[in-house]
Design a protein around this ligand. Sequence first.
Ligand SMILES: Nc1ncnc2c1ncn2[C@@H]1O[C@H](COP(=O)(O)OP(=O)(O)OP(=O)(O)O)[C@@H](O)[C@H]1O
Ligand SMILES: [Mg+2]
Length: 260
Amino acid sequence: MDNVVIKLSNITKRYGYGDTASFALRDFDLEVKRGEFIMIMGPSGCGKTTLLNVIGLLDRATDGEYILNGEDVSSISAARQARLRAKKIGFIFQNFNLIENLTILDNVALPLVYVNRPRTVRLKAAAGALKRFHLSEREYYHPSQLSGGQQQRVAIARAIVSDPEIILADEPTGNLDSRSSNIVMEELKAIHEEGNTIIMVTHNPSLTSYATRVINMLDGQIDTDIKTVADHNLPQPIYVRTKKHRGRTKEIEAVEEEEI
Ligand SMILES: Nc1ncnc2c1ncn2[C@@H]1O[C@H](COP(=O)(O)OP(=O)(O)OP(=O)(O)O)[C@@H](O)[C@H]1O
Ligand SMILES: [Mg+2]
């Protein structure tokens, strides 16, 4: 059980009541193991974004059980949801969702505000994340001064800066040309190979070659679910192998020892 990071049982998301009720997710079951790279596909309106939002604790299911890292998070308080989200989950969106009046560096540092890191630690970690994506020389730019591909790399840096175990990406290449799309996918691949769990929504079937599992959804349910990599061949978390996770600074590791 230890390597199961997400377990959804009978998850239902209903909008509206009575005759006008519609279901974005219906009796949805899903078990995600650490190190999986899952691609979710399916027609517009089938519930993909709703699913990511429920998994990412941005939205609540109407019914059903959600176990995250062994903890039942189905009915925890909004404050606890926010703390868990900040610590465990990184989001990447189709439209990047960067904040225009913050610099690139401050955008990337933002998630660390929610886990109460001191400012110096935040900026150091953000600078480290930007370096990884070859964006160091853009630290003091603002989002609109970057290309779409660069903005999405900033968004990926922001998603991983707090070192979450789970990365959720909703059509991260949807607004990118094929070259930028390839760069973004290679970055996600590298993050996955470090042992992180990624769940990504895409409309582009050619990207499924990056996945270890492809789920097709239809009308709020799983239509097909195909694993292309056996569980025992999924990447191990890098800290298990080297204890030197993404070159994190000692300060961050020390703070992360604390319980939330
Ligand atoms: N706030 C809301 N109120 C009412 N219905 C909603 C709401 N959000 C989503 N829905 C409905 O839930 C269903 C699933 O929406 P969702 O956004 O999850 O689809 P999707 O698979 O992500 O589609 P797309 O590929 O177009 O992004 C749709 O029928 C949508 O209209
Ligand atoms: Mg969507």
